[in-house]
Design a protein around this ligand. Structure first.
Ligand SMILES: N[C@@H](CCC(=O)N[C@@H](CS)C(=O)NCC(=O)O)C(=O)O
Length: 199
């Protein structure tokens, strides 16, 4: 597998997933600060010119959450996803999709100071609803699927971690702050996020 990423990007999340899984792969740094993501070669991999991207035996996966989900399924025996036929997939999918489709856009518009939208028609609703949802979805102990840490924690917990680091999520509740602390204590997180200052 080839992992196209940059350590100072959302690619840190997919790097973390690969590390949790101890999945053999080649790391290819795409320096988007230097415009390497705009080369025709990289645009053929991801027409968005975004990192991360994963190439596995000719198959391309883009989007951080999709890469994490793909990897957890590829290495299903390692226990980072519920069995495909398990009813637990219902809960698992919510945590994989909510951050990218709803939470990130809400944080982005809030950072940009955009308020002129109809919360009933935009997918992210409004900040109050997003924060209430984060609060209700955040586990009070352990991980989002219970005792077992899964790709859903990498995606959901990773997004909350970014949000706190970048000041998008101010005044995290004690429940959210404690969950993010558990996330940051994972050895694979620390290996792949040296800039976060995690011990
Ligand atoms: N929706 C994408 C977003 C990826 C993304 O925005 N990556 C940024 C770095 S964190 C990037 O590649 N920026 C370079 C550019 O857009 O030119 C995902 O979840 O993977």
């Amino acid at each position: 597998m080839k992992h196209y990423f940059h350590p100072m990007s959302r690619g840190a999340t997919t790097d973390w997933m690969l590390t949790e899984l101890e999945a053999p792969h080649e790391k290819i740094i795409i320096d988007f600060f230097a415009g390497e993501n705009n080369s025709p070669e990289y645009r053929a991999i991801n027409p968005m010119g975004k990192v991360p991207a994963l190439e596995d035996e000719g198959r391309i996966v883009t989007e951080t959450a999709a890469i994490c989900a793909y990897l957890a399924d590829k290495y299903l025996d390692k226990g980072f996803a519920p069995a495909v036929s398990s009813p637990d997939r219902a809960r698992y999918y919510r945590y994989l999709f909510f951050p990218g489709t709803t939470l990130e856009p809400m944080f982005s518009v809030a950072q940009l100071g955009i308020t002129d939208f109809n919360p009933q028609s935009v997918g992210w609703g409004d900040m109050d609803r997003c924060l209430a949802t984060v609060e209700s979805m955040t586990p009070k102990s352990g991980w989002v699927m219970g005792e077992r840490f899964t790709a859903a924690d990498v995606v959901f917990g990773g997004t909350l971690d970014f949000a706190i680091q970048f000041g998008w999520l101010k005044d995290a509740s004690p429940t959210v702050a404690a969950y993010v602390e558990r996330i940051r204590a994972r050895p694979a997180y620390q290996q792949t996020h040296p800039q976060s200052g995690a011990q």
